[in-house]
Every structure is written in structure tokens, then in C-alpha cells.
Design a protein around this ligand. Structure first.
Ligand SMILES: Nc1ncnc2c1ncn2[C@@H]1O[C@H](COP(=O)(O)OP(=O)(O)OP(=O)(O)O)[C@@H](O)[C@H]1O
Ligand SMILES: [Mg+2]
Length: 540
């Protein structure tokens, strides 16, 4: 039985309140009973004349509050209070006494009594009882709220752990796949580029190339979900990203859906990968389109907001501070509550076979996590859905002018000597083959440590180091490049990676003066990166 509170007091006529009253004097009992005669509340008394009787009644029944006489220090009432506090800590205990002195009263309150009322002032008893019951009810209610909140946090933690485990698994598989696909797609491209094959062979090769590219796209999404995709960060304005991509979104969502843009008047700056931000917008927009087959409104908004301490309780990932908020609201079918927990899992889809892989939101989730942000979601069946993406805001001073738009890739070769370092033999051979076909002299090594060996003998003629970021013997690409550049500051560096290993979730920033390409890469992209490095061309 929970103690009653403010709203319950009005309903107590339907149930009388049970009181255990320790008092040996019958006339005092009668006075107290009269003092508690009330139109709104009914009381049912159980009397005890000694500490032993009080203890027995406590074992037998449940009570809404306790009353007790107080005669002298150390009498039964003091031990009864201790017992009641121990067994029913939430049930209020009030003293009714003719003799209690101020000092004793304070002591009793300190030991957990809710109040004391002098027998000469029994008109205070009813209000004191009401007050004590109300306070106990409120305490109980806040305990329930705390408990519910604790359960929610536990469930959210479990969900986060599940996502992490799926991410680890998916990321591991995707990483190996990425290497395999680099080889498949790469060789197919090399053969196609020869231009000397018979048409039927070109057709078959094109099929291999196309299927490989599709597989690479899926793999890439899995890598993003598991936060193993390398992030190319710089300070960008979300308003600019949204503005630039809105034309494409418009074509994507089609006629019957109205696109509304409400961008913040001031730039909405974040330190982020622009390509990934575009992908977030695209994935959310495609989902919104699918949720509105008969048309509707897709509203995209940006704003800069300050998250306060209280607001962080709304979401487990939330933190205080300055954030950029990108929201996308649709007036579509909404998401059933039972699906809400699962929609960010990879391969969770409610679409018919062939219409969705269930990777769209997993990708969004991975990207947002990798940018130290979180997603808030509201959805109502039949009314629509709103995704709010919160990312740490970047200070305006950090903005750098936009780079030139990507140039079309026109790889040209050269005759310089290059060192290719890559632990995956098939990928290494492929890279070597590509670069040799462009005229370069190519040395190779299977690890960072092997590369140091090659460097010892040939360092003086190596113009470009092409190295994988993550290698097994502990010497990664960035450190290798730094070491070699100490000896030869003019050395050009091209870093490659299919994913970000090690500290999951931390963004990788290519060190200044290095070029970076993402696996799986196409032959021209590799050749162009090497040429750009040689020509000190950092525009791409
Ligand atoms: N805006 C939305 N309105 C209603 N349901 C949505 C919305 N966004 C996502 N969902 C639900 O979440 C599921 C998962 O979305 P997700 O983008 O991950 O995969 P998908 O769209 O099914 O497939 P994919 O994006 O890989 O083509 C969807 O199948 C759909 O049921
Ligand atoms: Mg989708």
C-alpha cells in the first residue's frame, strides 16, 4: 500500500485510512479520535498499549500512518518509532503528547517522526496528519518516477550495447569485404580501360564492375553504421549543405510532396564531413518520401540551440552546450511504437523485398554518432515523423572558405618512384599494377616496418609514399609518413583506408600536406591522388 498524496486525499472517503495508535490512556485515545473526526477523511484505529503490541500489529497489518503518545525519554514510543522507520520507512509517524519538550521534539523529528502535536492543541492534529500524508505521497510518487526513469535508462543502455555489438560485427565483415571489392572492382576497371577487349567481354566485365560497385555501396553503408568509415572533417555550414542539396532532394521526392526549407538566419556551423551530411539528408528524405505515397509536406529546418541541463534528460545521448539542430519532418504514415526501437538497426526494414535494405537509418545513426551527436525522434501513426539531428556547433571563427568543387578526374601518369605500403596482398598488388600502368616505378612493402627497410635502401629516390592507415605491426600510415618525412621533408604522402580503426568514434583527420583516398578506390582516383601529391595540388 502506497501512502496517499494530494489528489488521493479527496478520494479517501471511499477507503478509510488505517491508523496504528500507541496510547495506553483511554480518554486520550477518545480525544484524538474526536480531533480526527473529519468530513473528508475516515479513520480506522488499531490501538496498542505497549511497544510489544505495537510491534505485533506492525507485523500483522499495513497502516497509512502511525500515532503515538510520548511520556518520557526512553519510553516505548521511541523504540516503536525506530521499529516503524525500519519496517515501513514511507509511512508517517506522528507524536501526540502533553509532555514533550522542545528539545525532545527536535530529537524525535531527527529520528524520523513526521511531526508532533501537543495534547493541548489537538486542533493542529488533522492538518498535521494531512500534511504528513501528502508529503509521504509525493515522496512515493517521486520514487516511482525515479524508478521509471532508471528502467528507461537501463533499456536505452541495453539498446546502445546491442547497436554497438551489431556495429562491431558488421564493421568487421565490411572491412574484409572492402578489401576484396577493391580488387574485384579495380581489376574489372583496369580491363575495361584497356579498350582492346571484344564487345561481349566488355559486356560481361561491365556486369562484374556494376555488381561490384553495388556491393561496395552496401559495404560502405555498413562501415558508416559501425563508425569505421573515415571522416573527412572541416567546418561547414549546414544551411549551405541543405541549400545545395535541396534541388536534388526535390527531384528525389517527386511532384506530390512539397519541400519546405526553414534555415536559420545565421550560419549553422558544424565540424563535419560534408558528404556524410548530404547522405544523412538524402537517406531521411527518401524515407520521408516512402512514408508519403500520396503526397504531403517535407520540412527541413536548421537552428542553433543551447541545450540546458534539464533538456539533457530527454535523451540519453544528450549533452549540455551549443548545438546545431537539423530537423526533417514529414506528414507521412508515422512509425508504429513497436518499431521505434528497431529502425536504426541495420537491415531492419518494413519495405517489400527489393524496395529497402534497411541500411538508410543505420547509416544516419553511424554518421551522427561519429560526429558526437544524437538523434531525437518523434512519430505519430497517421500524422508523421520528425527526426532531429543534434551536432556540436562549431565556432564561427573556425569556418574556412569552401574548397574548389571537385575536378573531373583525369589521371595522368609519371615516371617518379613510389612506395606502396599495404598489408592486404591483393589490394597492394592491385595498387602497384595501377600505378605501374601509369608509368611509375613502384616499390612495395607489406607493413610499416617492412617499409622502413625498403626506405633504408631506396629512400633517396622515393617521391611519394602511398600507405594504408591501419597496419598490423603497430606502425600505421600516419606515423610511418611522419618518420620518413623527418628524413625527407619533401616526401609526398597519399593515405588510403577503408575504415577507421582503433578509437572507434573518433574522427580521422588527414594530417596537413597529405592526400587521402577512401577504399575501395578506382584506378583513376589512385593515379590522380598520386599525381596531385606530386604536383602539390590540394584542391580536391
Ligand atoms: N519518415 C519515416 N516515416 C515512416 N517510417 C519510417 C520513416 N523513416 C524510416 N521509417 C521506417 O524505418 C524503417 C527503416 O528505415 P531505413 O531507412 O533504415 O531502411 P529502409 O528505408 O527500409 O531501406 P533503405 O533505406 O536501406 O533503402 C523503414 O523500413 C520504415 O519502416
Ligand atoms: Mg531508407
Amino acid at each position: 500500500m502506497l501512502p496517499i498524496g494530494r489528489n488521493d486525499l479527496a478520494n479517501t472517503m471511499t477507503r478509510s485510512l488505517r491508523v496504528l495508535y500507541l496510547e495506553h490512556n483511554e480518554s486520550d485515545r477518545e480525544l484524538v479520535r474526536m480531533a480526527l473526526d473529519d468530513k473528508e477523511m475516515a479513520f480506522e484505529f488499531v490501538y496498542a498499549t505497549s511497544g510489544a503490541e505495537f510491534a505485533a500489529a506492525l507485523d500483522r497489518e499495513r497502516f497509512d500512518f502511525f500515532l503515538s503518545e510520548y511520556t518520557r525519554p526512553g519510553d516505548d514510543s521511541v523504540s516503536a518509532l525506530a521499529l516503524a522507520r525500519k519496517k515501513c520507512p514511507d509511512v508517517p509517524y506522528l507524536f501526540v503528547s502533553g509532555t514533550i519538550g522542545e528539545e525532545r521534539a527536535v530529537e524525535c523529528l531527527k529520528s524520523g517522526a513526521a511531526d508532533f502535536v501537543l495534547k493541548e492543541r489537538l486542533e493542529r492534529l488533522l492538518p498535521a496528519v494531512r500534511h504528513a500524508l501528502r508529503e509521504a505521497g509525493e515522496r512515493a510518487r517521486s520514487c516511482v518516477v525515479e524508478e521509471t526513469r532508471r528502467r528507461q535508462l537501463e533499456a536505452q543502455l541495453l539498446q546502445a550495447q546491442k547497436m554497438e555489438a551489431i556495429g562491431q560485427l558488421a564493421g568487421g565483415v565490411a572491412h574484409d569485404f572492402n578489401n576484396v571489392l577493391t580488387v574485384v572492382i579495380g581489376y574489372a576497371r583496369l580491363l575495361l580501360d584497356r579498350g582492346t577487349l571484344p564487345p561481349d567481354a566488355v559486356e560481361l566485365l561491365t556486369q562484374i564492375f556494376t555488381a561490384g560497385t553495388r556491393a561496395a555501396n552496401l559495404t560502405r553503408q555498413l562501415l558508416v553504421f559501425s563508425r569505421k568509415q573515415t571522416v573527412n572533417r572541416r567546418v561547414i555550414d549546414l544551411n549551405q549543405v541543405a541549400g545545395e542539396i535541396s534541388g536534388m532532394l526535390l527531384r528525389l521526392i517527386g511532384e506530390p510532396i512539397k519541400l519546405e526549407l526553414a534555415l536559420s538566419p545565421a550560419p549553422c556551423l558544424v565540424d563535419a564531413d560534408g558528404g556524410m551530411m548530404e547522405q544523412v539528408l538524402m537517406n531521411l528524405a527518401v524515407n520521408a518520401r516512402d512514408a508519403m505515397p500520396r503526397g504531403g509536406v517535407l520540412a527541413i529546418a536548421t537552428e542553433r540551440i543551447t541545450i540546458s541541463d534539464a533538456a539533457t534528460r530527454r535523451h540519453p545521448g544528450a549533452r549540455t552546450g551549443e548545438f546545431a539542430c537539423l530537423s526533417m519532418r514529414d506528414t507521412g504514415c508515422g512509425i508504429p511504437p513497436e518499431n521505434l526501437e528497431r529502425i536504426f538497426e541495420p537491415f531492419f526494414t518494413t519495405k517489400e523485398a527489393g524496395h529497402g535494405t534497411g541500411l538508410g537509418l543505420a547509416t544516419v545513426f553511424g554518421i551522427v554518432q561519429q560526429h558526437q551527436g544524437w538523434i531525437e525522434l518523434e512519430s505519430e501513426l497517421g500524422a508523421g515523423t520528425c527526426f532531429r539531428i543534434l551536432l556540436p556547433a562549431a565556432p564561427a571563427a573556425a569556418m574556412v572558405p569552401a574548397r574548389h568543387p571537385a575536378r573531373t578526374v583525369t589521371a595522368s601518369g609519371g615516371s617518379e618512384t613510389l612506395l606502396v605500403v599495404e598489408d592486404e596482398p591483393a589490394v597492394r598488388e592491385f595498387a602497384v599494377a595501377v600505378l605501374r600502368s601509369h608509368g611509375y616505378r613502384v616499390l612495395q612493402a607489406g607493413s610499416g616496418v617492412d617499409a622502413l627497410d625498403v626506405w633504408k635502401w631506396h629512400g633517396s629516390r622515393i617521391a611519394v609514399l602511398v600507405t594504408d592507415l591501419v597496419m598490423p605491426d603497430g606502425l600505421g600510415g600516419v606515423e610511418l609518413a611522419a618518420r620518413l618525412r623527418k628524413e625527407k621533408p619533401a616526401l609526398k604522402v597519399v593515405l588510403t583506408s577503408g575504415y577507421e580503426s582503433g578509437a572507434i568514434g573518433e574522427a580521422f583527420r588527414p594530417p596537413a600536406g597529405t592526400h587521402f583516398i577512401q577504399k575501395p578506390y578506382r584506378p583513376q582516383v589512385l593515379a590522380q591522388a598520386v599525381r596531385d601529391a606530386l604536383d602539390d595540388n590540394y584542391d580536391r
